[in-house]
Design a binder for this molecule. Sequence first.
Ligand code: FE2
Ligand code: FE2
Length: 277
Amino acid sequence: MIPTRRDLHFKLLPSSVSNWHAKGPYVTQFTNAMSIFFPEGERFFIHTVRHYRDHIHEPQLKKAVTAFIGQEAMHGREHDEHNRLLNRAGLPADELERQVKKFLVMLEEKLPPAAQLSITIAQEHFTAIMAEIVLTDPRILAGADARLKAMWRWHALEEIEHKAVAFDVYEAVMGRGIKAYALRNTSLVITTLGFLSLVLYYQQRMLKADSHPRSWKDFGAFAKFMLISPALLPKLALPWLSYMRPGFHPWDHDNRDLLKEMNTLVAKTKKYELQAA
Ligand SMILES: [Fe+2]
Ligand SMILES: [Fe+2]
């Protein structure tokens, strides 16, 4: 699977950032909090994979790495647009993004390149399994306007398209031995716990700054969203664990069928670009 870099602009509307989710402010800000991580997170992923580009000799993988870098750069750019709208709506996106940047620059300075790459492949696994849920369960983005929905679906589709690229680079440079296995699994546990805790913290920071009223009922709706219906966390559990299997490869779970949506999505997005021109 060689990914394709698509230069799409979603031209998001200011109305698409605040309290847009049908399940209320907690779910809205949980999703917005995820977006805070993407511009700097994608830059970190690119940095960790690019470091090994010259170590890759297999032409197909080299090509896939270039496309991976292109796709992640586009994701970062579009989420940056989204985050600027969050900031304009009075949410602390700039401040939180600066924190993410500081933390990731610290990781780049302190950790060896292989450990950095293991963080990338762990996050790529987490993103790819989230992406499948986003694409297959309409409740995840219920209430979002069409452009915001299109942006998240595009990101999800490309995450599936390139889900094995960083992993293949990791195996090419680290091999499949016990050391490579231990490092990637340790990184999965640490990055998942760290990422989810920070998203919940950032959700709180956004809620604090958000002027929309909220109640315990809204919190109940969020708890239900995470645990019962659509049950984001239980749905993530088994695919997350599959990473621990010795010999695991992201394409063991072949979900390329989902990519059929891409052409329609690209055509729809071109219309937003034309409308904004
Ligand atoms: Fe991405
Ligand atoms: Fe990715």
